[in-house]
Design a protein around this ligand. Structure first.
Ligand code: A4P
Ligand code: MG
Length: 174
């Protein structure tokens, strides 16, 4: 009796993090690292995302190496990749989980756009527009950044085009 009661509570807590119909939404994620074992952090970060309750892996792109855009001068070069998942997690809950994963890889936030062991951004959440204090989707600037668009277009070109068309964004050189 007690055991069932406890497991019901757990179940209810789990469901509160997910959309009520448990509908899976395709979500495009951006991964970046320019400190330490960059490839390892991205590969292990992707594995950690795929291991989350409510997340199903679709695929990850190749890695690309680029110079840091913005931020502190003389930052190390980045490795970037994009990953596609299907998830029942609500957007801000997914953000919480991704930030927990970033933190578990020793991410320390000092300055905006500073060097980082692992950055995981929500680029697209289905076709949604989200504009809260904590979360902006589509991710601001993603349509102007080659380090985002090159890996993302390898795995999700239709999704990017659909969202861009829906929002009247012109993609040059796509
Ligand atoms: N936040 C808002 N919207 C989102 C979203 N869609 N996904 C908020 C994730 N987070 C989002 O992020 C700061 C806050 O943004 C979060 O607390 C969250 O509530 P952060 O990861 O702590 O800091 P950040 O990454 O330095 O800031 P930001 O503004 O996300 O930077 P970007 O746009 O991600 O740019 N150059 C190369 N070559 N490769 C890179 O990957 N990345 C950046 C960071 C700059 N230059 C780069 C690269
Ligand atoms: Mg970020």
């Amino acid at each position: 009796m007690n055991k069932n009661h406890n497991s019901n509570i757990k179940q209810t807590e789990a469901n509160n993090n997910q959309n009520s119909d448990l509908i899976k939404t395709e979500v495009l994620l951006g991964f970046g690292s320019n400190l330490g074992d960059r490839r390892g952090f991205i590969e292990q970060g992707w594995a950690a995302v795929c291991g989350l309750v409510g997340v199903e892996a679709v695929c990850i792109s190749s890695l690309i190496e680029t110079q840091a855009v913005g931020g502190e001068l003389n930052q190390p070069d980045f490795l970037n990749a994009a990953g596609l998942i299907r998830t029942t997690l609500l957007p801000e809950i997914l953000l919480d989980r991704l930030q927990e994963i970033e933190n578990s890889f020793g991410r320390i936030r000092t300055v905006r756009w500073g060097a980082r062991t692992l950055d995981i951004d929500i680029l697209l959440y289905g076709n949604s527009i989200i504009n809260t204090n904590r979360l902006k989707v589509p991710h601001p600037l993603m349509f102007q950044r080659n380090f985002v668009l090159i890996p993302a277009s390898e795995i999700a070109p239709e999704m990017i085009l659909t969202v861009a068309n829906t929002h009247g964004i012109i993609l040059e050189n796509f």
